[in-house]
Design a protein around this ligand. Structure first.
Ligand code: HEC
Length: 144
């Protein structure tokens, strides 16, 4: 009687171990949704109004508006102001994201001409957001 009981419990134990193993394997083969999000490509056609303006509004204003009188004289509140540039000329070179001062300020630890942007930010600027801006510039930085 006792022997049968031990045998039965052993079987149950083996079954549980096997199930746990199979479940673990299955999870490994199906990465969580958040993993996929990290590598999501930027939208095929980036829009100034739909994609860029909200980013600028969230991270760059109110510092870069005419009301705030930014020492860089760069105002990012409208498309025209952004393209016109500030103290050091046009921060955006259409078609050439990597030569654009605005991109350098967002992606380099020590950019040319002053500090990295956004100023006084404690955590690094999200690089997938920089990627959206780069794609928009490489697509011609249009007022679309
Ligand atoms: C807390 C205020 C603040 C925020 C937020 C901020 N900036 Fe700036 N920005 C400054 C100041 C001050 C300068 C001038 C000093 C410097 O260049 O380091 C400047 C300079 C710049 C320049 C150089 C312009 C030139 O001609 O010299 C660029 C480009 C720029 N910022 C882009 C951005 C972008 C893009 C964002 C948003 C992602 C942003 N900044 C957010 C305060 C800010």
């Amino acid at each position: 009687m006792i022997k049968q009981l031990i045998n039965a419990s052993l079987l149950v134990l083996i079954a549980i171990t096997l199930t746990a193993f199979v479940v673990q394997k299955a999870q490994k083969n199906h990465p969580k949704k958040t993993d996929r999000k990290k590598t999501a490509p930027p939208p095929a056609q980036v829009s100034y109004k739909k994609d860029i303006q909200p980013i600028v509004k969230k991270y760059c204003l109110p510092c870069h508006t005419e009301d705030e009188m930014n020492p860089s004289e760069l105002y990012l509140d409208t498309y025209d102001n952004m393209m016109a540039g500030g103290k050091h000329g046009k921060p955006i070179v259409p078609g050439k994201a990597d030569s654009s001062l605005l991109v350098m300020k967002l992606s380099m630890a020590k950019p040319p001409l002053g500090d990295p942007m956004p100023l006084k930010r404690k955590t690094p600027f999200p690089q997938d957001t920089v990627q959206i801006i780069k794609t928009w510039i490489n697509q011609g930085a249009k007022n679309n």
